[in-house]
Design a protein around this ligand. Sequence first.
Ligand code: SF4
Length: 445
Amino acid sequence: MSCTSDTHCITCSDEGVSMRVIELLGDGIACCAGADGAPAEVMVDLVGPVEPGDTLLVHAGGCSPNRGRGAAAAMKYVDEYRDAELGRVLAGEIVAIVEPGREYKIMEVCGGHTHTIYKYGVDDLLPANVELVHGPGCPVCVIPMGRVDDAISVAHIPGVIFTCFGDMMRVPGGSGTLLEAKARGADVRMVYSPLDALRIARENPDREVVFFAVGFETTAPSTALTLKRAKAEGTPNFSCFSNHVTIVPPLRALLESPDLRLDGFVGPGHVSTVVGARPFEFIPADYGKPVVISGFEPLDLLQSVYMVLRQLVEGRCEVENQYARVVPADGNPAALAVLEEVFELRPHFEWRGLGFISHSGLKLSAAYAELDAELRFEIPGVRVADPKACQCGEVLKGVIKPWECKVFGTACTPERPIGTCMVSSEGACAAYYNYGRFAREREVV
Ligand code: SF4
């Protein structure tokens, strides 16, 4: 698919790409075109009937249930949700609603939210006593070094073509990166979707093709659909090294953390297109904190922050859905069904900086064991400690801001990252670096 925007993370696809359907190719695949006009194959199994001319929100080669009819359907949102005058009005309402002298700490869960906040300067519009804390919602950032080393080890097996998203090629493990492994002779290839990896497997029947699957519930359905296809068509040389993770367990772990005091959450938008709003109800029920599921445009975020603050000021805590134009309360039943069929929860999974979290990772279910790279190949599975200088764990938990890390912008830059948060464009450190946030210098509104 043609997700080539430099502002878009193709790995977690938090920012879905708006694409227009050009032609139906059959077997649940449509030829679509993005803003650059380049054609790409997109799996449309998880939406209702699709016709040429429809606009779809595409994540890593699959698409969310929201859609519009006709080319103008998506563009209308961009115009409305980036309106500067409306933004000033919302900022004024936020200033009016906060109680002077009270400190508010709100976590935005998604890396895509962090990216929007710094790209558009959303935080500059907030009063000084409203602090945004960045959460663990960037899937590249949370992959531990040991899993990267495992991937490199598989990539070096003779005869293997190792496929992964572009961001993952630059994530450092203990023994370097996949990009460096490629330079040393491993056949590592960047793909834009798991469907690309399956195509490579079909084209190379005498090679083993492994797909390095990462991402939250947003991208896991695309991997699941691809595995279903591989199984149905019998592509024996295709397998998946699953590192998919789920969003609820790390949020619970953060809420249990003694390090962190949070007042509320801006909830993950595109994960919620799959899981819906209900999985977040434990946050108000068990921890008494408000959650507002948010879209990714600057006004979405301003409105969501306002809605969290309004709950706090009114003494309420519940899950509200600011992103109702995309997120159904019950999520996408078709996507949830395919996840249930293809994956099962691991007893525990390691997160970079957060340690092992119970039932937070997905592995292939018994029905798909034949396509599981962890069963097909010998995986070292060695745990590797983060470099001493790396403070990604504290950034991911919201304990420190990126610029407070001792190596931020010096030894650690997007060109030469030490930690994962500097790799993906949606990692908090990369967002701060790319938008010049080398220190917190905010004007009081
Ligand atoms: S600056 Fe680099 S090492 Fe420090 S927290 Fe960010 S990504 Fe990790």
